[in-house]
Structures are given as C-alpha cells and as structure tokens.
Ligand binder design. Sequence first.
Ligand SMILES: [Zn+2]
Length: 354
Amino acid sequence: MIFELPKWYDLHVHFRQGDSMADYIQDHLNMGCCGALAMPNTKPPVSHVHGKNTEEYWTVESYLKDMESAGSKAFDDIIAPLYLTNATTKDMIIEGTKSGILRACKYYPPHGTTNSEHGAGLDTYINNGVFAAMSDAGIVLNIHGEEHGLSGEEYFGEQSNAEDSFYKNHMPQLVEKFPNLKIVCEHITTKTAVDFVKNSGNNIAATITPQHLLYTVADLLQGLKYHLYCLPLVKFEKDRTALLEAAKSGNVKFFAGTDSAPHTTKATACGCAAGCYTGGIAPQLYADAFNLNEDNFDEFKKFLCLNGPQFYGIPVSNKTFTLTKKPSQPSVASGAIPLHIGLGQKNLAWTLTL
Ligand SMILES: [Zn+2]
C-alpha cells in the first residue's frame, strides 16, 4: 500500500545556526517538507525584527537570510518567530507586521528549555501591550506551555506537572484577556493541554511531536534512553492516548510540529540537553504512531499536511511524496543522531520516497 501526500510544513523545528544549519535543512527537505516554522532560540536569541545581527541579539530579518543561504530557498515558505524577551515592545510588533517580516512570536518560560534564559513571564507581555498588539495584528503566539520556577513534585509529580499547571492556571486567564489572539500551544504532552485546546475557540491550536505520540516516560526511563529526553518530558499513557486521539480525530486544531532539535553533545557529566532529532524521519514516525492505513488516511493527511497551513493561512503544497509500509534505514545528512537510532532501533517501519 502506497500513500501519496502533499508535501508538508513542519510547524515547529530548530534549525539552530552556523555551518550545520544547511544539513539540518537538507534533512527536512529529504523528508518531504515544503516549509517550516524555525524556532528563534539561537545564541544570541532572535529577539529583534529588523536590521543586522548584533552580539546581544539576532533579528528575524537576518535569521531568515541566514536560513536562505543555508538552503531554505528550496522551501515554499518559512516562518521565523520573534523570541519574546524583556526588550520586546508593542511598536516592534506593529512595525514588524507592517513590513511583513513578523508573522509569529515565541513565548519561552524563563529557563524552561534549551537557550530559553531570555524569556520573561506571561504577565510581562500581558501588561506591556505586546499581546494586545499581536492580537490586533493577527500575529500568532507560539507558546511553550510549562510553568517555570517549579521544583520536585510540582515539576513532575503523580498528580500534576509543569505543563498541567500551566494549562490549568495560566492559559484560561490569557485567553480570557485576549480572546482573539491566535495561539499555537506548542508540543503539547498532556491530556490537560489536549482538553484545553479542544474546548477553546478556533483561534487556539496545537502542535504534537512524533515522540509524544509514540512514547511515555516509561520508555525514557527503561534503560535511561536519553535520546528521548526532551522538554516538555514524555508523560504517561493516559496523556499519550489523549494526544493520539486528538491527532487522529481530524480536528483542524491539531497538527504536526516535530520540535526536531539537533544537539552536537547530547549528554554530559552533569546533565543532558533536551530535544529529540527527527529530521529525515518524522513522517515515518507519525505514520507509525497512527498505524497509518486506508481507514485513517484522511485524518493522517489532515494532521500532517492540511491543518497546519490552514491555521497559518499558507497554501497547501501541490507537490507530493509517498509513504510505504516497508522497513527503511534512512541516513541523515547532518551528523545528528536520529531518534530511532538513539533508541537502539535499526529500521523504521515506513519508507519515504520523494
Ligand atoms: Zn522547540
């Protein structure tokens, strides 16, 4: 059985910076991507819109040019969100929107994940007019939805965790204050977040990664498979089931965003960098999670190829690629270790052909 699909947009990916960027982009092209939303947590962060890069910050304008030099011209479209920091102003949003360069902004909880030490709390942008300006301008807010500053049991406990508490204690107020703000709840991992998105208006959507559809914290802990260590952490079976149901439901609010994140050094003596690398292999993993077949092909196509562009107002690609249920051993152009190899698997269950 061969499944033909339109080329798709990875609406959450880390292409990083420097020489390796070209290989990471190539891995995405090789897996049928026709575009991406490239996250701004570079060093320094992409926290201004116009002009040249400086030592303190990069600009959306320059980062887009860097990616173009690294091969992103082969995509139909690429979005580079602005990293929200204490330096973000509502004028930046207004001017960035006018010029057409600004299309989205990324909220990182302070110190929540890789290179996220520049973020400020939600209240900052609620009070300084940034969210209001985004709402007026139709700029999408990409949210890393984890409460910051928690410890121990509150961070990852039996009853609750950082994501649970963010979607219970912060998102309802945010949506109440800015009912028209377009929000993508990025890489959701819990039933709580799934329910929140389902029960919100059509301006609220979510990306889901392949690893959160396939694995739970038990898979991470059994053998301490650190290649599965990403943030937010993989959770419990009830959460995985809720994510899978949402992805397979055909609901337009849920779409693919891999959060693919290469690390040159994954584990060190004092910890482990967060992020799974799924460049080159993501559609195969999503197909595996769906157990893709004739009966759920329409829902799979919506999740991978249609819902995301629709939310962002991007045309669906008229180019195609195929997936076949046949084991494959894809090699990646970059030196990054793809997730399945990191988990000790040789083959993927699916073969992707461009
Ligand atoms: Zn990410």
